[in-house]
Write a protein that binds this ligand. Structure first.
Ligand code: ADP
Ligand code: MG
Length: 322
């Protein structure tokens, strides 16, 4: 899924109205009926008809023929467009540059604001890999099937922003969160390479301890990263690690907290053994080494990313990792 930044510049205000109407309509409708789109956009039915057709041609929306009625749904392209438009209005994203990463469930782009400061834009693409998992979760899906990718991606971005914010405010080495909208987060660009690409470090023992201390400190603050591995740790040229990628974080009060904590520790031990031939008898254990002193998990819930949202997201994102 390529991000089409050029389309941003060429949209009439009526087209934007109609696109926004499709987004609004999808809150209650998996497929938004054409008549409802016209009604929300408040354009003459004939007028909105043509625009709906144009938007479908540029793939910002897609026509769906339902058993009971015909209508349209938003595509990732349309959702990207709406998020970028919001960032542009707030001045956080002015231009979109190269794609710098394709994650399992995200696309990462370099972007710049009006003063030409470079940042990173992360677009969640839930559903790319886990769609089958999502489909099998009937209990939470209920009547919304294919619309769920949008909701789940929005939850993932919201969660990532909320966690990045509390971690950053509490002095953890993470990118500074700058803005979010829908399924997208804008954050500080870290000038570093993923640990995965680092073949040699001056002192593996030192980096190993730093990373283990980070895992323990996170847990002291009530949090477990949940995907603490060589892809999500960036190493600056001075050797300092920076942690990224937070949509799967869990609280240390989670029922499987010990499992996630020990798995994070294990990832680092395995990587250091294989890559640097470094092994230590010292490594943290959830039962012995975690003394919770602060509750950032509670702070995150208070920021608007509620426990219920956390649960909904866990059903898809943690389910597939086990
Ligand atoms: P995913 O959830 O898809 O794994 P990540 O957040 O881990 O996405 O990002 C994927 C890749 O993009 C990272 O491995 C890293 O190379 C790059 N990246 C992500 N965020 C940043 C950032 N703030 N600064 C620099 N590079 C980044
Ligand atoms: Mg990652």
């Amino acid at each position: 899924m390529k991000l089409d930044a050029k389309a941003l510049r060429y949209m009439s205000s009526d087209e934007f109205r109609v696109l926004t109407a499709v987004e609004m309509g999808s809150k209650n409708h998996e497929v938004v009926p054409t008549s409802l789109i016209a009604q929300i956009a408040q354009l003459r039915t004939g007028g909105s008809h043509k625009i709906v057709g144009d938007l479908a041609k540029t793939k910002l929306i897609a026509r769906v023929q339902n058993s009971s009625y015909d209508g349209y749904r938003l595509t990732y392209g349309g959702y990207d467009y709406l998020a970028l438009k919001t960032f542009a209005k707030r001045g956080t994203v002015y231009s979109v540059g190269n794609q710098i990463g394709v994650g399992k469930e995200s696309d990462i782009y370099l972007v710049a604001d009006e003063e030409d400061n470079q940042h990173v834009l992360k677009l969640q693409r839930l559903g790319r890999m886990s769609f089958r998992t999502i489909k099998s979760k009937r209990d939470y899906l209920q009547n919304r099937k294919s619309a769920s990718w949008m909701y789940m991606s929005r939850l993932a971005a919201m969660k990532e922003f909320a966690f990045m914010k509390v971690l950053h405010e509490n002095g953890f080495p993470v990118p500074e969160p700058i803005d979010y909208s829908r399924h997208c987060v804008v954050m500080e660009l870290i000038d570093a390479f993923p640990l995965r690409q680092v073949d040699e470090v001056g002192n593996p023992g030192k980096l190993y301890s730093e990373l283990m201390n980070m895992i323990v400190k996170l847990a002291q603050y009530g949090l477990i990263h949940g995907d603490f591995n060589e892809f999500n740790i960036l190493i600056r040229s001075n050797g300092e690690p920076v942690l990224i990628d937070f949509p799967q974080m869990v609280s240390t009060s989670h029922i499987n907290a010990e499992y996630y904590f020990d798995r994070d520790v294990d990832c680092i031990r395995t990587f250091f053994r294989r890559r640097f031939g470094y092994e230590s008898v010292l490594y943290p254990k959830f039962k012995l080494d975690v003394n919770r002193e602060f509750s950032l998990d509670v702070q995150v819930a208070a920021s608007g990313f509620t426990k219920k949202m956390q649960k909904e997201l866990e059903q898809v994102s943690l389910g597939k990792q086990i």
